[in-house]
Structure formats: structure tokens, C-alpha cells
Ligand binder design. Structure first.
Ligand SMILES: Cc1ncc(COP(=O)(O)O)c(C=O)c1O
Length: 286
């Protein structure tokens, strides 16, 4: 069966799903997106993703041409049309085609693109042993310039930090904010465990308000773990008992080394393992 892409209200064969080279999504990264998981044919936390999508759009004054209810239906139909049981959805809204200038008043209607596909996770070994990361010298976007709360099509900030990570042989890289506080990784939120307390930077540290982050906070509270959203500096991560990342693609993955310093025992810790297991159960229960 050929892959079907939702584009501007229609499900089209992949080869026919094309947009203009004048689209400001391409010319300027002017648009917003979401990455969403499908588990056992169900789209995970679709409501949260749709809400964040419309909030990102609102923040950049992009009017999505369909309602959240229509968007929800379109995502579900695209997943079903592609026979996806376990996979990944990429939802993209571009500003639309316009002139070569920046003026949004000179653009035509925004394009809604939904791609339902399979997903490649990190290798299983990385989940078992934990990952090693470095701190990128590239800081996270200053919230006063481009808020990291907006999941925009302009991901260069993250890409530049990711390049530093891959150059150092790491799959992820830690990004600090303009104040030097821990923000997040290039495509994941970060948590540490210290003396049994789960700690993660608050959204005003200039991070994406991650859907997985919020689910993990809920699951931790349910499991009786104390959770604190608080300012963290790199030192807190160096001396943490445990560290892990959360994200739609990564789920929950342990970090066992930062900048060459082993974290805790240098292996995935008990709280991380418990939350990873609980998360994996939860995604199929919901
Ligand atoms: C910069 C950034 N931070 C955090 C996350 C994790 O967010 P979520 O759990 O919603 O996928 C992502 C991935 O979407 C991301 O791109």
C-alpha cells in the first residue's frame, strides 16, 4: 500500500503531496509542528499535542485553517489510512506560499500536512546502558527572541547543538539557557533524581512544555515520588544520583554520563527504570 499524506484537506499518495517552493515554511522556517506517537493504533495524548500546536500557531499569529476537532479527526484518519499500529505522526502547519519578503500579509493560506509513518528509536542497548551526553556551547534560544515554548519549524538552534553532540559522538546534547541554567536537550526534556526527589527545569527556564515530560511528572506523582520543577545548573546534573530524558520519540531514556562525568553509579538508576517501565505500560493502557 502506498503511503498517504494528508495535505490541505486531502489524502494524497506520497509522490503527489507537494507544496510550493514559495511557502514560507521552507523559505523562513515560518510554521509550527508536532511529533506524536501511535501506540496500539491509538494516537497518544492527541489532545495535548493539538492544544500545543494551536498555542504555537497563536504565538506566531498563524491561523490554522481547520478547527482543533477537525485536526484531531484528520490525524486519526491519516493514521488509519496508512494502517499504522505503532508509529509516529508528524503534523506540520506552514505559513503558506507568499512573496519572497517576510510579510505574513503577503502569504496565501497555510498548509496542513500530516505524515503517518513508522519510527526508529534509539538502539535497545542505549536504553539498557544509558546514554552519554555533552553540554553544547550553543545556548537555547533566548525566550525574548523566539520562545522555546513555540514548537516552530525553525529548529536551527537545536540543530546547531545537535551537531556539537554528534561531533562528540553523543546522540543528544544538553542546552543551557541565556542565564546559564539547565534548559533541555535538543529534542528532549531533562530530569534528575537527587536523594529520591525528581527535579526538572520549569517551563520558564525556556524549554518546550513536553508532552512526555508532563506524563512522566503525573506518573511519578502517582507512584509517590516527590517532583520539583526548579532551576537547575549543570553542577546539579553532575552530582545527581540519576538523570534521564523524556521525549515523544525517545520516551524515557537514562543519561549515564554528562561531559565525561559518570552520573550516580554510571548506570540507569532505579527511579529512571521504574518510570520507564511505568511509561511503557501507560502508553498502551490509555
Ligand atoms: C526541544 C524539544 N524539547 C523537548 C521535546 C520533548 O517534547 P515531547 O515530549 O512533547 O515530545 C522535544 C520534542 O518534541 C523537543 O523538540
Amino acid at each position: 500500500m502506498s503511503q498517504k499524506i494528508y495535505l490541505d484537506g486531502q489524502l494524497l499518495p506520497k509522490e503527489q503531496a507537494v507544496i510550493s517552493v514559495y511557502d514560507h515554511g521552507l523559505l523562513y522556517g515560518d510554521g509550527v509542528f508536532e511529533g506524536i506517537r501511535v501506540y496500539s493504533k491509538r494516537v497518544f495524548r492527541l489532545k495535548d499535542h493539538v492544544e500545543r500546536l494551536y498555542e504555537s500557531a497563536r504565538a506566531i499569529r498563524l491561523i490554522i485553517p481547520i478547527t482543533p476537532a477537525e485536526m484531531t479527526k484528520a490525524v486519526e484518519e491519516t493514521v488509519a489510512a496508512n494502517g499504522i499500529t505503532d508509529g509516529y505522526v508528524r503534523l506540520v502547519i506552514t505559513r503558506g506560499a507568499g512573496s519572497l519578503g517576510l510579510d505574513i500579509r503577503r502569504t496565501s493560506h497555510p498548509q496542513v500536512i500530516i505524515i503517518a509513518d513508522t519510527i526508529t528509536m534509539y538502539p535497545e542497548e542505549m536504553y539498557e546502558k544509558g546514554m552519554e551526553i555533552i553540554t553544547a556551547s550553543t545556548i537555547r534560544n533566548h525566550p525574548g527572541a523566539l520562545s522555546p515554548r513555540i514548537k516552530s519549524l525553525n529548529y536551527l538552534n537545536n540543530i546547531l547543538a545537535k551537531i556539537e553532540g554528534t561531533d562528540a559522538g553523543c546522540a543528544e546534547a544538553l542546552m543551557l539557557n541565556h542565564l546559564g541554567h539547565v534548559a533541555e536537550c535538543t529534542g528532549d526534556n531533562i530530569f534528575i533524581v537527587k536523594n529520591g526527589v525528581l527535579k526538572t527545569p520549569p517551563t520558564d527556564a525556556g524549554i518546550l512544555d513536553g508532552v512526555t515530560r508532563n506524563v512522566v511528572i503525573e506518573l511519578a506523582i502517582e507512584a509517590g515520588v516527590e517532583v520539583r520543577e526548579m532551576t537547575l545548573i549543570r553542577h546539579d546534573v553532575y552530582v545527581a544520583d540519576e538523570c534521564f530524558l523524556t521525549g515523544t520519540a525517545a520516551e524515557v531514556i537514562a543519561v549515564t554520563k554528562l561531559d565525561g562525568r559518570p552520573i550516580g553509579e554510571g548506570v540507569p538508576g532505579p527511579v529512571t527504570k521504574k518510570l520507564r517501565t511505568r511509561f511503557q505500560e501507560y502508553v498502551r493502557e490509555e
